[in-house]
Design a protein around this ligand. Sequence first.
Ligand code: ADP
Length: 501
Amino acid sequence: MRLPDNAKENLKQFVMLRSFRARICLLTLVVGIVASALMRHAIMETYKHRAVQQRTETVQNQLLIVAKHLISNNYFATYRLQEPGMIASRQGINAELETISNLYGGRVMIIGKSCKVLKDTYGISEGKTIISEEVIKCFRGENVSHYDAEHGYIEMTIPIASTGTDGKSSIVGVMLTSVSDETIVEMIDQMNQNALTLEILMIMGIVILSVMLSGVLTKPFGKVTAEIRKVKEGTSEKAISVPDYVETVHIIDAFNDLLGRMNALNDSRQEFVANVSHELRTPMASLKVLADSLLTQPDVPAELYREFMTDMVSEIDRENRIITDLLTLVKLDKTTQDLNIVALNVNDLAELTLKRLRPIARKKDVEVIFESMRPVIAEVDEVKMTLIMTNLMENAIKYNHEHGQVKVVLDADHQYFTLQVTDTGVGIPEEDLPHVYERFYRADKSHSREMGGTGLGLAITKSAVLMHRGSITVSSKLGEGSTFTVKIPLNHVTGKGRNGS
Ligand code: ADP
């Protein structure tokens, strides 16, 4: 199925974002850009605030000087008088006010006690009454100033205080002033442009830094991949090490464990293949020797032919048995193997198995006793359960002395049933006990071969027991006999893996 081009593009983008390096890069980039933009904004705002404050203080200082002049010239008491001296002094003050208004691009109003405008440098409000919050506050002694950025001016009030004959100071008028912020805005704009250029340079630096940083930070993960690849390509089989981060150490540790398990599996597989070839070759070698001796001898008597042929048939039977056991084992080894679980009468199955084996026991005059403590119904796979019972009981007969005894005891509690197979046979040496479940392991090699054993019976038995989530144990004394005990849950536990190995 072909993906449309835009879907491919989306997929690429998605894959890009899933990259750890891309994420670090993006994160440092976003953090860097946001931080530098915030920094520029904060610096500009602080600067603007400072500039407005400075401008306000300068204008206020100048106006305070004028206010002193107003008082010293008795402006409020004499502003109506048209005497030449008064007019001249007013003109002097007006000129001062005009200078301030022109200098700061603003407007100055002098407001008398009754909130009446006595002087307006714009000349439009003279004689009018102004009742504004700022003015009233100023008459109460509060100095008010505020910056209106939207309309571009700073407004402030200056109290005009006069000291009476009693030495007390009283506010006789207010100077309401507004000055333009034009020069401040121009300066801020200029600074903003410079800061923007600087910010762009910073962002370029951040981009380079984030690419480099993300590269450096993700380098150990690249090393991990390279090391794993070396193992995969077969250049190295040794445990690898990338100790840069705790995280890489954890990944590598997990990988080394896996590698160890794989190597162990590989070793056991090689050993198994070697064992299989050896086991399969032994009957073939015997066959060849038998056939060769028949061919090389002239005029072989008919009895010898018959004897050799009988031996050859038994070797072929042996080869067949090995192959059948191997196939059984391979089938049991499949982890996905489905068990055919049914509720089964285990007493009946044990009796049936013993009945089948009685002829072999009779040949050796081995007495077989079955002791059932209680009726046992369990959820098991009949075929695999038969395999377990047959292998254990057959071994108990095979490795027994003439006139020996085999005792099979079946018991159960509320959770498990136990099958105990005890014999009075040859026993197993202590050092061989941990190995008896290994494939092709034989404690007593010559005797086992003699008995037609393949060395796979107990491996098959253990696999089948584990598939039922049960356990198998053995106790034995050389020359006295052995006891194999199998414990299996009455109710089958479903689940993915198998417990044990
Ligand atoms: P085999 O086909 O050789 O019997 P098994 O896997 O059944 O293979 O058993 C492995 C080895 O354990 C046998 O070769 C034998 O030496 C030993 N063994 C098993 N069961 C008994 C037993 N009941 N008494 C003594 N030895 C036993």
